[in-house]
Design a protein around this ligand. Sequence first.
Ligand code: TYM
Length: 337
Amino acid sequence: MSEKKIKKTVVSGIRPTGNLHLGNYFGAVRSFLKMQHDFNCYFFIADIHSLTTHPTPANLQAGVRQVLAEYLACGIDPEAATIFIQSDVPEVTELYTYLNMNAYLGELERTTSFKEKARTQPDNVNAGLLTYPVLMAADIIIHKANYVPVGKDQEQHLEMARTFANRFNRMYHHKLFPAPKPFTFDGKDMIKVPGLDGSGKMGKSSGNGIYLYEDPADIRKKVMRAVTDAGPTEMNQVKPEPVENLFTLMKIVSAPETVEYFENQYNSCQIRYGDMKKQLAEDIIAVTTPIRERILELVNDSEYLGKVARMGAEKARESAVRTLTEVRELIGLRKLY
Ligand code: TYM
């Protein structure tokens, strides 16, 4: 008799704060596609997390719809993975409340993303920002996730999720939650997709995104405008950050031979950045075009989007309710009636 293998559980989410860009795709969604048939997957739209930036109700709804359509357009199969909207599973916010009782001000204030936000938006340092990693931990552990496919920028948040999970287990003397580990596409380091504006990562709010839904002509324009320099003057010269970023992106989207060709051109001081950018733009467009076509088809199909969201909410709630029953029992929140 063949034993049925129990699949490990995977959780990951994306905030509906803008269209998905290459950072989201290569940092997260590409792994979702790889994992969806072999793991018990929960992929969600983190609409509650996005409230820290105070979107209007109309923008929030449009954002949720867009990310849902984009998840599906990328190829996430709602029959294989559970796709849901975070606010459809209110158990998550209940677990967040409990975890908050064991999350300490010092550790929350030391979080890099919090410090960064406090510096860049001093007028909106709200409590939701401070406890953002706690809500994220609740998202992950409510389904007892083993793996979390995310980009490098989420590494610290994931580490905190492990801390909160372990702390809960210790406090209530029960190994309820597994320690969620990062999952990377190639089994190597977590990745950071750079922007093409010289430094830093590609981000929705940095104005340096190349979006999956974007028109090929606009992608070409953006890539051709990417920051470079006057070119190397010595053989095998170390690349300055903007040029390194161009190569990093090329390593992600292009064939290894293409990367090797331009590496050789650079190292022998023969590189023509214009040629490299043209090639890079075409390789990006080859990735985005089929996705873009499906986004355009799906985004107005309200009936289908509604059906997927309902199905996902039901499945996600079932799992969340199960965990929360155990959590309440362990904490001692028992009914007297
Ligand atoms: P968000 O919406 O900022 O990003 C969604 C996913 O895309 C990845 N990503 C990148 N990866 C590589 N290079 C980049 N330039 C880049 N930009 C974005 C992110 O690492 C992420 O995987 N806090 C999360 C949302 C969240 C979540 C969760 C994730 C809420 N709860 C539970 C996992 C598990 C966020 O803001 O992602």
